[in-house]
Design a protein around this ligand. Sequence first.
Ligand code: NI
Length: 252
Amino acid sequence: MYFDSHAHLDDRRFDEDREQIFAELPVQGVGLIMNIGCDLNSSLKSVALAHKYPFVYAAVGSHPDDAAQVDEARLALYRQLCADEKVKAIGEIGLDYHYEDPSREVQLPAFRAQLELARELKLPVIVHEREAHADGMKLIRQFPELTGVFHCYSGSLEQAKELVKRGWYIGFTGVITFKNARKAVEVAEWLPMDRILIETDCPYMAPEPHRGRRNDSRLVPLVAAKLAEIKGVSPEEMGEITTENAKRLFRI
Ligand code: NI
């Protein structure tokens, strides 16, 4: 069984065929999905999806793109949503310095405030961190009681080692199947089995041979298959291990 630990199936790009995708998940062996909030609207939709489908769970939070909206009122709404038993994490939250829109001065306090919320609610976090490795780790170190996952991991092996030491998990998307995925492969080779999560990040990051097209949770076994090849186990075994890992992290 496979657990897609990071999906955006609430996205409007699935409005036409969402039901069909969900109906076909068992055929691919996909049994659990964590649907991720990026802002208030997608957080609300994630919770709604989790209520409609027993195998879907939800994370709520503001992506760095939405950082300017993170104020006391917004945090209060997220806090309320987290009282729902199907909400299992705060996310996705973090830092993205690729476009720096909004600026890092806006992103940093929003990330910190949501880490504080996770600490208060004793929930794991799902971190989006792109080209912000130093600032991201600096903040993580200030919350030693927190764990979570660095999703669609793009950091160094050294950073991965520190995260693992701190009890964190590393999430891999279809990017690991790309020809130029040398760095992610190096991290996966080293990573202990009990810290690996698989994810689609759909509708983005479709694995080979679907690269560039709309992604969905039916393709998460391709991510597991690539990791299985790297680790020398069967794809099914990789599915079982990463499912156990995600269930442990999200307390499902
Ligand atoms: Ni995402």
